[in-house]
Ligand binder design. Structure first.
Ligand code: ZN
Length: 160
């Protein structure tokens, strides 16, 4: 991402600090032995939802960070349509979460590390850029990707 103007620069600051908040969320997932993935929703430059993966914690296959954050954001704004929001997540979304993002009509997606095994916005599929679907939000990636990948590597290395 480049930052030619003051406006773009402050937007980049917002995205980086949102990713730091998402990384803090990802670390919280470790408290209940969940894969460390965190997500936040930005609205008008403010974080309105911040969640982490709680699949093990809730014994719920759909309790990914992105889905939980979208639900909180929708509840906060009182509407399901989130076309003026940005979802910032530490790891490339899976098929389910990419589908949820489209159903929320998310305004923009930013993610950190690529997920070569399950990623659905570049690695295995490109759900957000499929012209057959009714919504194609812009996607940026690579923000603090090394920190996100290191968290995941440590988590899985401890389990081998
Ligand atoms: Zn997911």
């Amino acid at each position: 991402m480049n930052s030619g103007t003051a406006g773009a620069s402050s937007e980049l600051d917002d995205i980086v600090s949102a990713m730091r908040a998402a990384l803090d969320q990802a670390r919280d997932a470790l408290n209940h032995d969940d894969v460390p993935v965190g997500a936040v929703v930005l609205h008008e430059g403010r974080i309105i939802a911040a969640r982490h993966n709680e699949r093990e914690n809730h014994r719920d296959p759909t309790a990914h960070a992105e889905v939980l954050a979208l639900r909180d954001a929708a509840s906060h704004l009182g509407r399901w349509r989130l076309d003026d929001c940005t979802l910032v997540v530490t790891l490339e979304p899976c098929v389910m979460c990419a589908g949820a993002l489209l159903n929320a009509r998310i305004g923009r997606l930013v993610y950190g590390a690529a997920d070569l095994k399950a990623g659905a916005t570049a690695s295995l599929y490109n759900v957000c850029a499929d012209p057959r679907l009714n919504h194609n939000p812009p996607v940026s990636h690579g923000v603090l990707a090394a920190e996100s990948a290191a968290l995941l590597e440590q988590f899985f290395a401890a389990r081998r």
